[in-house]
Design a protein around this ligand. Structure first.
Ligand code: TRP
Length: 335
């Protein structure tokens, strides 16, 4: 709890422009969270990003772009704490302490570590190995009650709970034990080219994903090329993954139920389906892109938000960090 509200934390990596999948699976749901009930912290987790090699200028640019996208998508930066992870040094400091309460065996089990090591065999660094501990620090610093995460991050949330419980067991109630936030469950959006695979920005085929800043004609073209199947019947079923994905996208944006959408498309062909879904996406993203472009031009405002929110995040994070430092036996600061 923070200021009488439940505390909520989430973050996204600043690697590349986010996709329609990230937006519908996460960001759009964040925007709908009731701010009277939750005190929300949304971080641009740039420290996690350097577990794989980054071009410095590019990372800086992407981090700023993601920060602006959070706001453009509808997160009010006066109501929510939106900040860069690297601007709050408590993340690194708490991580060190938590490292000393995390076992090699636990980290060895992490499936994301195994996957990423396979993908980058030339750079299996210890940051990649302890990535989940930094994530635990993110979450625990803000005494988070709930964490909206996708299924691929559940294992990391579990380990966060284990570390927090282990620490509390030794030192008393220091950390809130976080739970997964299962609001309106985020839809898992699949690749437009291989609809059995998750839509991913790292996909080499640009037609496989819609980026949040794609121009309308690019969006329409990608939907036109979307893979469906060889019969021509619009139905929602597991053995029609391409069509199912298009309907899922349509429903996630329009708020319509699957049945409703399927009825609407009855008698229509795949060409119509792709066109309607494409147009729906274009209209959903248009105001976001406009706000984004304004924000990127309004440097002073954006800088002010970065500064103010960084200070806010520092305030709450430092409070927890000092408590933890005292518990483990570090000498108190002399004031
Ligand atoms: N690892 C998360 C991802 O790649 C991002 C992240 C970092 C995060 N710290 C977090 C998500 C804390 C939730 C809570 O998606």
């Amino acid at each position: 709890m923070i200021d009488g509200k439940k505390s909520l934390f989430s973050g996204m990596q600043a690697t590349g422009t986010i996709t329609l999948g990230n937006y519908l699976g996460a960001l759009k749901n964040w925007v709908n969270i009731d701010q009277n009930e939750y005190k929300c912290f949304y971080s641009v987790v740039d420290m996690h990003s350097i577990t794989v090699r980054q071009d410095p200028a590019e990372l800086r640019k992407r981090a700023r772009s993601l920060f602006a996208l959070y706001i453009a998508a509808g997160l009010d930066p006066e109501e929510n704490c939106i900040y860069y992870q690297s601007h709050v040094s408590a993340h690194a400091e708490l991580m060190w302490i938590l490292n000393c309460f995390t076992y090699m065996g636990e980290m060895n089990r992490m499936t994301q570590f195994k996957d990423k090591s396979k993908k980058h065999p030339e750079n299996i660094n210890t940051g990649l190995f302890t990535y989940p501990v930094l994530m635990a620090a993110d979450i625990l610093l803000y005494q988070s009650d709930v964490v909206p995460v996708g299924i691929d991050q559940m294992q990391h949330l579990e380990i966060t709970r284990d570390i927090a419980e282990r620490f509390n067991h030794i030192y008393g109630d220091v950390f809130t034990i976080p739970e997964a936030y299962l609001g309106k469950t985020g839809t898992k959006i699949m690749s437009l080219q291989e609809p059995t695979k998750k839509m991913s920005k790292s996909d080499e085929n640009a037609n496989a994903h819609i980026l949040l800043l794609d121009e309308p004609d690019v969006i329409m073209r990608k939907f036109k090329k979307a893979v469906t199947d060889s019969d021509a019947c619009i139905a929602y079923s597991e053995d029609k993954p391409g069509v199912k994905n298009l309907i899922d996208i349509y429903c996630a944006i329009s708020g319509k139920k699957t049945q409703e959408a399927v009825a609407e498309f009855e008698g229509k062909g795949y060409g119509d389906l792709k066109k309607i879904v494409g147009e729906t996406v274009v209209e959903e993203l248009r105001p976001i892109q406009e706000r984004y472009n304004d924000l990127m031009k309004n440097k002073d405002y954006l800088n002010q938000m970065i500064k103010d929110n960084g200070e806010k995040a520092n305030y709450y994070a430092t409070k927890t960090l000092r408590k933890v430092q005292h518990k483990v036996g570090f000498p108190d600061r002399i004031r």
